[in-house]
Every structure is written in C-alpha cells, then in structure tokens.
Design a protein around this ligand. Structure first.
Ligand SMILES: [Zn+2]
Ligand SMILES: [Zn+2]
Length: 256
C-alpha cells in the first residue's frame, strides 16, 4: 500500500464509519473529517449544528438579540458579572451538538472527541490566536467521577492542541496544557435540575489550587464541554484568581 493509501486507511480507523446515534453507514469519502458529519448520518445531522455566531455578549458569550450593540454586555453580566474575563463557545447547546456531547460523555462515544477538538481549535484560533495565554486548563473532574467515567471529556478535546498549534503555525506555542494544578475536591451532584443559586451553593469551595506557584500571574484559559449558568467555570476561575492568576477566560464546546 502506498503511503497516501496507508494514511487514508488509518484515518478511516479513527472515524466510526457508522452514525454514532442511529448506526447508519457513513461514507468517509464524502464527509469532512473535521466536522460532525464524520460521526453522524445526514438524517441525524438534520437536528442542526448551530455555530455560536455574533451577536453575543462580549463578556459571557451568550446569544443576544439581533441588533444589540456588539460591545454591550448582556443584562445578566450587568447585574452579576462573572469573575471570568470572557467566555467563548464553539456552538449553541442544541441540535446535534447537544446529542453529540451527551453521547460522548454518558455513552463514551469517544470518536466524537477528535471532531470536537478540531472545532475547539478553530474557535481557539479565532478568539485567542493573538491573546496572551499562559496555561490551558481543562476543568477537572472529581477523582471518583473520573474513575467512573474513565476519562475527562474536557481534557480529551484539547490533548492534541500543542500538535495542532505546531502544525498550524510551524512553531511551539508559548502556552502549555496544565491538567494538574487545579483539582475538584467536592463531588457535586449533576447540575441538571438545579437553579442558578443552588448550583452556586453546590459548587462552593468545590475546586482547589494545588500548585500556587504554577498559576501565579498567569493568564489562564479554562476548557469545558458545556456552559449553562456558568457556575462551574466561574467557581474554578474564582479559585484560580484567589491564588494569584491574573486573568481567567473560558472556551467551551457549547453554551446555552
Ligand atoms: Zn444517524
Ligand atoms: Zn453576558
């Protein structure tokens, strides 16, 4: 087999070839391997992919009404601003994105991680290519949760970021991935079904910085899969800021 043929063969192995939701065959030659089409058939893709497009709040990244001034914060951010500097998302948490995230997290459909990583990297380039970032940190899971699930979804979607960066820019990045300086101490119940105040309360002191020296004066980019009320990312950011981080942003796969 020629090199190109070999590469193609191995590339195919990385993709499911069957729709992750309904099992229908997917022809790898007709789909973009960096899009969700590589994991879902046309019928399932009809649920829709909704990229997070302007206009959105410049701080929390929430969709705002068409016609809203681009530099105006949304009402929620005016009332109770997040400690996070700014939040950016790849897509809205609905349609095929929502299904893909749930299949990924709760049914271990890991093939989708590679596509999510590409989508997240594109968003990283769009929003952070020229920003100062020192550390990229996946939101940690509690060790019991990690043991149960077997993987941290936020880490799986950035683990090749250095490689992607080098491929894109031809040099090593100035930032590094840090998945050890922040840990989750409290096992918080699933946040679904709680209102915003309950979520905040659940997350009180949930995170802990274990290496203050590493995060001192750093600009940190947190990574998570879903941002709903933002309580998780915001609590993680608060802990980092309390321990000397200079600025904390969040980049997520999907946002409500
Ligand atoms: Zn399907
Ligand atoms: Zn906002």
């Amino acid at each position: 087999m020629k090199l190109k043929g070999t590469l193609h063969f191995f590339e195919q192995l990385l993709y499911p070839l069957k729709c992750l939701k309904c099992g229908a065959y997917i022809d790898p030659d007709t789909v973009d391997p960096c899009s969700l089409e590589a994991c879902f058939c046309d019928r399932c893709m009809a649920a829709g992919f909704y990229p997070m497009a302007a206009p959105f709040c410049p701080k929390c990244g929430a969709k705002v009404q068409q016609g809203a001034a681009g530099n105006h914060r949304c009402e929620a951010c005016v009332k109770t601003p997040l400690v996070l500097d700014r939040v950016r998302a790849v897509a809205e948490y609905k349609g095929i994105t929502k299904e893909a995230i749930q299949l990924f997290k709760y049914h271990s459909k890991l093939a989708v991680a590679r596509v999510f990583e590409h989508l997240l990297f594109q968003a990283f380039l769009a929003y952070y290519a020229t920003a100062r970032i020192d550390l990229i940190m996946p939101i940690p899971l509690h060790r019991k949760k990690l043991r149960q699930r077997g993987f941290n979804q936020a880490y799986l979607v950035i683990r090749n970021f250095v490689k992607l960066y080098q491929h894109h820019f031809g040099q090593r990045p100035l930032w590094r991935i840090d998945s050890g300086s922040l840990v989750k101490l409290k096992q918080t119940p699933s946040q679904t079904g709680f209102d915003i105040e309950q979520r905040k309360c659940n997350l009180n002191n949930a995170f802990k910085v274990v290496s203050q020296k590493t995060i001192d004066n750093q600009h940190i980019l947190l990574i998570d899969d879903v941002f709903t009320t933002g309580a998780t990312c915001n609590e993680a950011a608060r802990e980092l800021l309390n321990h000397g981080a200079e600025k904390v942003d969040a980049l997520v796969l999907a946002r409500t």
